[in-house]
Ligand binder design. Structure first.
Ligand code: GDP
Length: 364
């Protein structure tokens, strides 16, 4: 088996230039051997027995761009699916510096001490654009990383937000099959990734700061509207009073939002990830939410809706890819665009022309 991968890879190290290998043929062979795939059953059995190394390996396959890895990953997922779903999936977001990693460390340790098994996954679209990553560029969650009840996996490092989100969804299934009963999906509160996270979790937690005057600190209204709980972090020391004030202000602001379909009223609370003050209340809110929505059926309803959405998204994506990758379309699309810009063809007819060619080719 290949070298054991560290579960603590949230730390991104600068690569160093490697000297050229002495014998490239040997190196290639060794590399191939290291990447040898196991039988699907071996991965599945490993995951179901809670083997974190196997889980980690399977997630690596999910994240791989290689076709044979992708196929293997799909087989593993299919077989793990019946054993998945038994967790509470919690999305955690907030602007950089709000204290996400400190909070996850504190809240996560609280949960593992209570006997929960916790998986922490991350969605970080920044890591695909710039080489550095907002979530991964520092040593994070050291305590949780060495906690044997926790499994921490950084964001897949490449791909579009859609691609990264799909991989995270699949990783959730595998983590659940491995017995993790609480799953955190962490993201940075700076872009569209919150919507992606919201579409794969049961509960959405927004971390905030008590900002002096600037209460909304760039967090868009839409994101606040998605939140099931707003936790005002860093409510310690001199900041405590300000946090209480902010709590009252946010509560007021939330009154202006329409009531949620879940029947749940968004909670606002304060905590300190450093002193652990108020951390246990986070879990209390989540449990209350779970009890309410399991009782009124929203919990299952939301998961079914999410699953449906994934299916349709996946069809849409596939059709689009197929169309745009078609040789003839690729050859013609620029010229058609040119015709359009020179007012020789209307946008509708331009689209029609390309689609007709595509369908004609498909019909053959
Ligand atoms: P992230 O960028 O959202 O992951 O934020 P970090 O967890 O890295 O925290 C950013 C900074 O805020 C660090 O210096 C933390 O020590 C500090 N911090 C995080 N949580 C708290 C808290 O509850 N109270 C105080 N006083 N500082 C905190």
């Amino acid at each position: 088996m290949g070298q054991k991968k560290k579960d603590t890879a949230l730390k991104v190290n600068e690569g160093i230039q490697q000297p050229p290998s002495i014998n490239p043929a040997f190196a290639a062979k060794a590399k191939k051997r290291g990447k040898k795939l196991l039988d699907t059953k071996q991965y599945v059995d490993g995951i179901l027995s809670g083997d974190r190394f196997m889980l980690s390996q399977a997630i690596t396959l999910v994240e791989s761009a290689a076709l044979r890895h992708h196929q293997k990953a799909q087989e593993i997922i299919e077989q793990c699916l019946p054993f998945s779903g038994n967790s509470i999936r919690i999305g955690i977001t907030g602007v950089p510096g709000v204290g996400k990693s400190t909070f996850i460390e504190s809240f996560g340790s609280y949960l593992t001490q209570k006997g929960h098994k916790l998986a922490v996954l991350a969605i970080d679209p920044s890591s695909s654009r710039s080489k550095g990553s907002i979530l991964g560029d520092k040593t994070r969650m050291e305590k949780l990383s060495s906690d044997d009840k926790a499994f921490i996996r950084p964001s897949p490092s490449a791909g579009s937000l859609g691609g990264v989100a799909r991989k995270t969804r699949e990783s959730i299934i595998l983590a659940e099959a491995a017995g993790f009963d609480v799953v955190f999906v962490e993201t940075v509160g700076v872009g569209q990734s919150e919507t992606a996270v919201h579409s794969m979790v049961d509960f959405f937690l927004l971390l905030m700061l008590a900002g002096a005057g600037d209460e909304l600190q760039g967090i868009k209204r839409g994101i606040m509207e998605m939140a099931d709980v707003l936790m005002i972090n860093k409510a310690d020391g001199e900041n405590k009073e300000r946090a209480q004030l902010a709590k009252a202000e946010y509560k007021n602001a939330l009154h202006l939002f329409p009531p949620a379909e879940s029947g749940w009223e968004t909670k606002v609370d304060t905590c300190s990830a450093v002193t652990n003050n108020g951390i246990e209340n986070v879990w209390k809110h989540i449990e209350d939410y779970r009890d309410l929505t399991k009782e009124n059926g929203y919990f299952e309803h939301r998961r079914r809706e999410q699953a449906k959405m994934v299916m349709y998204e996946s069809i849409n994506q596939n059709l689009k890819d197929h169309f745009y990758q078609d040789e003839q379309i690729r050859a013609m699309i620029k010229d058609t665009e040119e015709e359009l810009l020179n007012s020789k063809i209307s946008p509708f007819n331009a689209a029609r022309k390309l689609l007709d060619i595509y369908y004609e080719r498909k019909g053959k």
